[in-house]
Design a protein around this ligand. Sequence first.
Ligand code: ADP
Ligand code: MG
Length: 689
Amino acid sequence: MNKISGVFDLDMSIQYLKGVGPAKSILFNNMNIHTVKDLLEHFPRSYEDRTKLKNINEFIDQEYVLFIGRVTSVIKTQKVRKNLSIHTTFVADDTGICMLNWFNQNYLKNKINVSNEYLFYGKVTYEYGRYVVDNPQIYDLKDLHKVRGIYPIYTLTNGITQNYIFKLISTIYQNNFLFEELFSDEFRKKYDLYEIDRAVKNIHFPENFGIIEYARKRLIFQELFLLQLALLIIKNNCLSVTKVSKYTNTNIEDFLSILPFKLTNAQDKVMNEIMSDLLSDKNMNRLVQGDVGSGKTIIAALAMYVVVKNGYQASMMAPTTILANQHYLELKKYFDVFNVRTAIITSSTTKKQKEDINLKLRNHEIDIIFGTHSLIEDNIEFANLGMVVTDEQHRFGVEQRVKLNNKGKSVEVLIMTATPIPRTLALMLYADLDLSIIDELPPGRKLIKTYAVDKSYEHRINEFIKKQISEGRQAYVVCPLVEENEELNMQSVIELANRYKENEFKDLKVEFLHGKMKNKEKDAIMTKFKEGEINILVSTTVIEVGVNVPNATIMIIENADRFGLAALHQLRGRVGRGQHQSYCILKSNNKSTQALERLKIMEKSNSGFEIAEKDLELRGPGDFFGIRQHGLPEFKLANLLKDVNILKMAGQASKELIANDKNLEKIENKKIREELFNKFGEQLRNIGT
Ligand code: ADP
Ligand code: MG
């Protein structure tokens, strides 16, 4: 959507648009509107129906109406307070009477004459047996044809009114300009899409309500199509390097035989998917999604085992040192049995140890290296890297994956995440990955009992914690994040822990954990907690992901309303990992219905996927989990919940296009290619162009 012919250059700064200027342009900039094009792409969030003229006896409470009325009484003014005057009059048509109120608009007195007819627009309420319209807009009857129509409602900011945006966009439309059409007639026909100009014009000034859907369809299609196309190109060109690895020995029975459990069906299924990736002629790029506790770690271990058995090295990265250590300790005991040589690098590894490990990696004297994602950045070289596993790293971008690929000749990439993403959204966000889902928990897990409570339960909860601890269990208490401020987070954790130590739980062992502690200290605390030497661990969300202490059965979350549901679900997943009944208590004093409704969802559901769907419904996809975190743009119109059909169609279309023209080199795809680079140049720069 770029070139123009005529007066407006779509890329012109909004400041130079007639009626804008420097001051207003700052307001627009705050709304992320910088150019004329941005303004035209500031699509209405809804519409007002002013197409129908209503008789007064057809009014419905709370409805917006356009009507003609004759003024039947002089305006009466009441001065309610110093700054508040109310002007009241009555109007009538052949069917009824309606009362009109205006607040403070003193000039109106001279605008309206008794027994004249005017056109009014406003919201009706029905009270005390009559219709009332507050602050109606007034027009001369002769303007009826101008006033009637469908009015766009825009998202605003202080200093920018509906009318102002409406007029600006109308002015632009009085001039001659063109959005550039990306799609051929044939393509548009195939997917039943409007021309781009017709779509943009009708999204702002729809001729009728039916047209809005067509306009939206075209614009949403384009948004989703381009995004999926970009992801597909990335997948084809930079992630599927020609495979050189060969796997001749894919037997994992020996490893399975030493596990204290049998894989679940879902784990089996995912293992098969991974195995067929390994045996295919393309490198693996797989995302394994599985709810907390579904047993992803062992899947990673098995995959790495195959790779190592065939003479390659593997690395497993985790987002925190705590988690990296946990994986290392848990999996080392299995790998030792088969003489698979493991090591770990964290920030507490000394320089000397690091050098030693590095040397061993280069000489292939280590088979599997564990660590945080600094493993990618660090100057670590491998003799023969064959697989990289990344655990719980939902912010793992395309670029990082490219970096990883460059660490070996042909690297299999496996990403594990418990961030529950509704399937449609996942397909969208990870179009460049293959998706496996572990949709089953190991048998015998008891559902975690969840209760949302307010302050009045404090004492009872504390007694409950004591009782559980006296039975040998352990508890987590999580303090809410205070913005991104680690300093404050640390303070609230330390304060609460100290209070517990001195008062509520003075006979118990209470310790704390927060993000500002040195890794060594954190590890020491986690180890003590694991070994049962700590009864209550007060923590920030540093324990959010992955931590596995099966003996912990209580998770208390302070000010739970401040967390997103996905985060609450993750935190809750720290308990319910052993054979004992576990409990999650969500404390909150927030009385708003939305807050309560969200916590109720947590009480009712133990399924991460279900919670994610509900959260998405309640909050809308914009807030859902910061799509931007994934390095993807926010959508202007698309609603991934409602627009699934368009999403599917756009996905199909992008696949077909790529199948016929892998690098968009054909002449008929030139414009699509240009637009793609305009939008995603940054992310696409790694492709050979
Ligand atoms: P997550 O998917 O959250 O990363 P983990 O891999 O940490 O889950 O597994 C949670 C717990 O379940 C671990 O203690 C693990 O040993 C155990 N586990 C994994 N798979 C099975 C299984 N098939 N049967 C029983 N327990 C299992
Ligand atoms: Mg895990």
